[in-house]
Ligand binder design. Structure first.
Ligand SMILES: *Cc1c(COP(=O)(O)O)cnc(C)c1O
Length: 517
């Protein structure tokens, strides 16, 4: 907490501000592997290749492969240096709203590495993996209990995959009753994956506006219901970090109009132990195990998005599922092969095997180490931490919905307070990098201008929140006092401002040896 409360000059002056190596103190600059190595070099001594008869039928490569050769220590250093330039939840607070970057307990990792879970194969005979099946079944039991829903499908491998699963079940249920509804309603405050999922399933997507309080405009939604509406997809808590309070009314109206309600429950972490979505009337909801039950989400690491179903949708849920029989647990992989009537109209499979085993183990470890009271406290502390940030910054940052009451697990700000300075959310986020913080989620949700979505999660202490708040205040104050100084941050990071649009639109995915000068 060294710099708290004062601004410290870090960079040197004049010639001393530069280095011969390009390194910054012990943070080392690192070129590409191709620039460091050389194609005519090798890290190992290979025997000369014996002359053998070529059986490649003329398909042998004739041009050099152009892979760089490096010694083992050079290779190890390359990747270690790169890894040090990577920001991680194990280094500091990661306030990415909507991503729930909470600490991942080491106990989870230890459990996930137990050979009985980590070293098994999905094609092993089922009698030899009864423990793993029992773990899946136990986790399924707790997911049903926590959500108050009668059925769950464990196999979807991420939140968006879970949405697809839920919407395919809704489509199957409508098809089964010969109902050709073609429209899915998606509020503006929904996560971007929701309209994408509905469109992927062949539905026409219609937007429902948000009201001035950042919630779905219920009157507009109810007015749009009718015989062409297949489903409504609602994110709750929504992407403004706000609870949708009218779910019971919405669900009743959608059901009365013959549609289904899909709830995006990726952010179940904000309400777990406090609200059971089944009590609200929801038909299908995915739970991001990787947000609610630990395992930070960034960087595309492993995810898992089980989907809970209402009784109306349960018969349409996908295969496989775990079933208790007199001979132990059985994984039902074909619709005809099971005794029960569960999933008897299954729409098929989502994945080749059973789901994301490592994530199941981590999630169950997290649940069991917290217990029911601990899980409820997870939600309470996540909400408390977000409100602490909102309350501590709303006098300087524009907080569009703060007047409507407390937020849930994330605090939403906009850059309206920078109006007239020529500075935006982007400049602020870049300045936070110099302060040693991974920026918050920017420009999402779209419903507010220059959005900054800060999600502290429950695993941050008051001291770490105070340091983030101090940095966010200080940067904002200094920006307002001297706007011109902030157009080129970050100054201390290994890379400055990159052309992110070009990187996304025209990615350079293969290395070309520069022509000899
Ligand atoms: C994270 C998130 C998703 C998508 O989850 P993935 O695991 O990234 O596919 C969907 N909806 C909401 C509200 C989310 O926060």
């Amino acid at each position: 907490m060294n710099n708290q409360g004062r601004v410290t000059r870090i960079a040197g002056t004049g010639a001393a501000a530069e280095t011969y190596t390009g390194n910054r103190a012990l943070m080392l600059e690192e070129p590409l592997l191709f620039e460091r190595g050389a194609v005519d070099r090798s890290g190992v001594d290979l025997e000369p290749v014996p002359v053998v008869q070529d059986r490649l039928g003329g398909l042998a490569r004739t041009a050099p492969i152009d892979l760089p050769g490096l010694s083992e220590p050079e290779t190890v250093r390359h990747y270690t240096r790169l890894s040090r330039q990577n920001y991680a939840i194990d280094l500091g607070i990661f306030p990415l709203g909507s991503c729930t970057m909470k600490h991942n307990p080491r106990l989870n990792e230890k459990m996930a590495r137990l050979p009985g879970f980590a070293d098994i194969h999905p094609l092993q005979p089922q009698q030899t993996v009864q423990g793993a099946l029992e773990l899946i079944d136990t986790l399924a039991h707790w997911l049903k209990t926590l959500t108050g829903m009668p059925e769950v499908s464990m196999s979807p491998k991420a939140g968006a995959h879970g949405e697809l699963c839920g919407m395919l079940a809704i489509r199957a249920a409508l098809e089964a009753r010969g109902d050709a509804r073609k429209v899915v309603l998606v509020p503006e405050s929904a996560h971007g994956t929701n309209p994408a999922t509905a469109a992927f399933c062949g539905y026409a997507v219609e937007n429902i506006p948000a009201n001035a309080r950042g919630r779905v405009d219920v009157d507009a939604l109810l007015a749009r219901l009718g015989p062409d509406v297949a489903a409504v997809m609602i994110t709750n808590p929504n992407t403004c970090g706000l609870f949708e309070p009218d779910m019971i009314r919405i669900c009743a109206a959608v059901h009365a109009a013959g549609g289904f309600v899909y709830c995006d429950g990726a952010n179940f972490n904000a309400i777990v132990g406090r609200v059971r979505p089944g009590d609200l009337g929801i038909d299908a909801m995915h739970i991001n195990l990787h947000k609610t039950f630990s395992t930070p989400h960034g960087g595309g690491g492993p995810g898992s998005g089980p989907v809970v179903f209402s009784a109306a949708l349960a018969p349409f849920a996908p295969l496989p599922f775990v079933q208790k029989t007199k001979n132990g647990l059985q994984l039902v992989e074909e619709a005809e092969a099971h005794e029960s009537k569960a999933h008897d109209h299954s729409f098929g499979r989502m994945v080749a095997f059973h789901g994301q085993m490592g994530m199941f183990v981590r999630a169950l470890s997290y649940m069991m180490s917290h217990g029911a009271d601990g899980l409820r406290q997870v939600a309470e502390d996540a909400v408390l931490n977000a409100n602490y940030i909102l309350a501590s910054l709303k006098d300087i940052y524009t907080a569009p919905f703060a007047a409507t009451g407390p937020c849930m697990h994330e605090a939403l700000f906009s850059d309206d307070f920078l109006d007239g300075t020529g500075l935006t959310t982007l400049d602020l986020a870049k300045a936070l990098i110099d302060e040693g913080f991974h920026p918050m989620t920017m420009y999402f949700p779209l419903v507010v201008h220059g959005a900054m979505l800060v999600e502290p999660t429950e695993t941050e202490s008051k001291a770490s929140l105070d340091q983030l708040i101090g940095a966010m205040r200080s940067v904002a104050e200094r920006m307002l006092a001297d706007p011109d100084a902030w157009h080129s941050s970050p100054h201390l990071a290994p890379r400055r401002r990159l052309d992110e649009t070009a990187a996304a639109r025209k990615p350079v995915l293969s290395y070309k040896v520069p022509a000899a000068a």
